[in-house]
Design a protein around this ligand. Structure first.
Ligand SMILES: NC(=O)c1ccc[n+]([C@@H]2O[C@H](COP(=O)([O-])OP(=O)(O)OC[C@H]3O[C@@H](n4cnc5c(N)ncnc54)[C@H](O)[C@@H]3O)[C@@H](O)[C@H]2O)c1
Length: 445
């Protein structure tokens, strides 16, 4: 049986593992297989990334260059743009982007492109796993027919599964090996082989009955976050109108030892997952005549947060008899979350856009993001990139308002509180002690 052949190769660490797409998800995965003794091949369309890996360099914050260099030197890791090498791989894992179209419909063109490369070289004895987040049914309805076009048969010749990625960039506690992995195959043999493969690099594998269940589980996880963050954001706006401190309310509610899980408001959601993934689910639901109300509502509430932040800034300046127009604004942090360099879908882009549209003079400081390009960010703003400004004493003193949009750990918030006139804190980054000692006026979300 093909399953047994593949399992033998995995158990003997003889299987060559190919990873397509060496980004936030694919690179740590390829490195982990190499670290566990497999020969790992990374496939990229971006030649600069492949070259960097082969030189032993890293471009992903969570993956240390030394680890890459060691794996490359030991000939356990190799990156390439030559997709013909897919034919030499026993297991192939797809980790390419799954963005949305302008219409907010799923764009699975990257999955299709990667699958077309596999299809051309698919041979007997290969296990293919899709990791990119996508709607339930993609593996069964899109990938399987494509692969079977070649005349090869599932279970007899090759195996196919879905296993969602849960990497949390910048999280020092949870890395590839200690995040449980959900695996669902198109057949039981596929589930078994894929579970065995991941069992080599992660401590816990949770097998489910189908690829669809695994696809839906990933979308539930991220939709759960989007909806709960939406609830926290709505609560923040509600508390603003009632003049109540939202953060204190959440802290108090979180003392309940059961039935409550704290989620926090913020300037809006960002990254490649939470703002996008729920749309994959609602789109698929619509195909079946079902309207998922929570998803739409959460999106509506979350997408209004940048506008709310600008309202807070405008109101706070107004209290100082100043207008937003002509005010000097420093946006502190532009990454979508703390301690990482990812600005994809970051609310900072929309906030900066809105501030500039109202005539504010905007600068930003982010220790992780040297340059901010607006054309990449699908905003309507000017195409000219902005450069991160040094957070000097003079810069802080000269600002009319500092807006904390991302609460990076390395920023000297004490100095910000000592030198600025006005701070709008959208992340509750300033502790109670800092707030008490601050000479700046502080407005919190
Ligand atoms: N970033 C996260 O935190 C995260 C977490 C969980 C799941 N995911 C999901 O994982 C998938 C990948 O996300 P990511 O953040 O790693 O994206 P990314 O943009 O960081 O990386 C994707 C890589 O794939 C490459 N690529 C694109 N098309 C290719 C092709 N046809 N062949 C080979 N390489 C190709 C790109 O050059 C890029 O380097 C997405 O579906 C995403 O939703 C991401």
């Amino acid at each position: 049986m093909i399953k047994d052949e593949i399992k033998r190769l995995i158990e003997g660490r003889q299987a060559r593992v190919g990873v397509i797409g060496l980004g936030y998800v694919g690179l740590p995965l390829a490195v982990e297989f190499a670290r566990k003794g497999f020969r790992s091949v990374g496939f990229e369309v971006d030649a600069r990334k492949a070259e960097a890996i082969n030189r032993g360099e890293s471009y992903i914050g969570d993956v240390a260059a030394e680890v890459i260099a060691e794996a490359v030197a030991a000939e356990r890791l190799h990156a390439t743009t030559d997709f013909d090498l897919l034919g030499t791989c026993d297991a192939i894992i797809i980790c390419v982007p799954t963005p949305l179209r302008k219409t907010k419909e799923p764009d699975i063109s990257y999955i299709l492109a990667a699958s077309a490369e596999i299809q051309k070289r698919l041979r007997r004895g290969q296990l293919v796993v899709l990791e990119s987040t996508t709607y339930p049914g993609t593996t069964d309805e899109v990938l399987l027919p494509l692969f079977e076009e070649q005349g090869l048969k599932l279970d007899e010749d090759f195996l196919l599964a879905f296993s969602p990625e849960r990497v949390d960039p910048g999280n020092p506690q949870f890395k590839t090996d200690n995040i449980p992995k959900v695996v669902g195959g198109c057949t039981d043999d596929s589930t078994e082989a894929a579970a065995l493969l991941y069992g080599q690099i992660v401590r816990e594998v949770h097998a489910v009955s189908s690829a669809r269940v695994a696809e839906a589980a990933k979308l539930l996880e991220n939709t759960f976050r989007a909806v709960n963050i939406g609830m926290a954001n709505e609560m923040a706006r509600l508390c603003y109108h009632l003049g109540i401190d939202t953060w204190e309310v959440i802290r108090a509610a979180a003392t309940k030892p059961f039935g409550f899980m704290p989620f926090y408001p913020g300037p809006g959601i960002g990254g490649h997952c939470i703002p996008l993934d729920p749309h994959y689910l609602s789109w698929k639901a619509r195909q079946h005549g079902f309207d998922s109300r929570f998803i739409g509502l959460a999106e509506e509430v979350n997408s209004r947060m940048p506008e709310h932040v600008v309202t807070l800034v405008t109101d706070a300046l107004n209290d100082d008899r100043k207008s937003l127009k002509g005010s000097r604004v420093v946006v502190l942090g532009v990454a979508y979350k703390k301690d990482i360099d990812d600005v994809r879908e970051s609310p900072a882009l929309s906030i900066i856009d809105r501030l500039r549209a109202k005539g504010a003079e905007v600068r930003y400081h982010d220790p992780f993001v040297a340059e901010l390009r607006f054309d990449d960010a699908h905003t309507e703003g000017p195409g000219e990139p902005l450069q991160s400004t040094a957070l000097t004493d003079d810069e802080l003193r000269a600002s009319d308002v500092v807006i904390i949009v991302t609460d990076h750990s390395g920023v000297d918030y004490r100095r910000v509180c000592e030198l600025s006139k006005l701070i709008v804190d959208t992340r509750n980054a300033l502790s109670r002690d800092l707030r008490r000692g601050s000479t700046a006026r502080i407005v919190r979300l």
